[in-house]
Design a protein around this ligand. Structure first.
Ligand code: FPP
Length: 237
């Protein structure tokens, strides 16, 4: 892996799949797989920070995950708090800028409060931008942007003829994040599952068999190695 700053992907996004499979293989409950996934996530943030990745965004709960059994949804809803309890202080002390993207209307008030507080507390941090996509859907994000744009046009805040890709981007949940350079999905599922549809327009895609709880530093190194071999042309020659 070439650690030179301009050779590293600036923004890595990860679809952390395979917690359930990992648990099943061990005869454990799916929830224990998710719990292990939180630890893997913490290790991954640390490692990204260590090697100089500027933006890391992970998919933790999709707008479609509500259709899982209630018991699992209830557990998944508790994960952000579990994550914050374990890792909040480290994020504050180590320059991690924390954000959550996604819908906010179905989340409990006390969780929203904790998220908001930490977002404000880490506002000045810029060692690594860590973003949790929670109750997030790429299609929902685009529809939400279109609605906000329609309102702003109606209220004469913007002119329709000024709307271009750059301006549209400012209405996405990710307005403060750059486009994704490298998208990683674990657990041998070759699909996007409604994650960051706009932001991955020119991402390099990397799929691995490794289940998320087994994902280690060497797995990230392999993904970055592969990324560095790709010839990114962005539609040019
Ligand atoms: C997909 O695996 C994973 C999820 C739906 C949850 C992802 C959550 C984590 C990795 C923990 C970190 C989360 C937070 C909020 C800090 P799956 O359950 O679909 O696995 P399977 O495909 O093997 O069943």
């Amino acid at each position: 892996m070439d650690n030179t700053k301009d050779k590293l992907p600036k923004h890595i996004a990860i679809i952390m799949d395979g917690n359930g499979t990992w648990a099943k293989k061990r005869g454990l409950s799916r929830n224990l797989g998710h719990r292990k996934g939180v630890q893997t996530l913490i290790n991954t943030i640390k490692y990204c920070q260590q090697i100089g990745i500027e933006y890391l965004t992970v998919f933790a709960f999709s707008t479609e995950n509500w259709s899982r059994p209630k018991e699992e949804v209830d557990y998944l809803m508790k994960l952000p708090e579990q994550f914050l309890e374990t890792y909040r202080k480290t994020m504050c002390d180590n320059g991690v800028r924390f954000r959550v993207i996604g819908r906010k209307d179905n989340l409990k008030a006390d969780l929203l409060k904790k998220i908001k507080e930490l977002e404000i507390e880490t506002e000045e941090n810029n060692n690594i931008h860590f973003t949790l996509a929670f109750d997030y859907g790429g299609k929902d994000e685009i529809v939400n942007a279109a609605k906000k744009i329609a309102i702003d046009v109606k209220e004469n805040k913007i002119k329709l003829e000024d709307l271009d890709e750059n301006l549209f981007y400012h209405y996405l949940y990710t307005k403060d994040l750059p486009m994704v350079d490298l998208l990683i999905r674990t657990s041998n599922q070759i699909r996007i599952s409604n994650f960051m549809l706009w932001q991955i327009a020119y991402s390099e895609l990397y799929f691995t068999d490794t289940l998320w709880p087994d994902f280690r530093r060497r797995d990230l190194d392999k993904a970055i190695d592969e990324y560095q071999k790709r010839n990114r042309r962005f539609g040019g020659l």
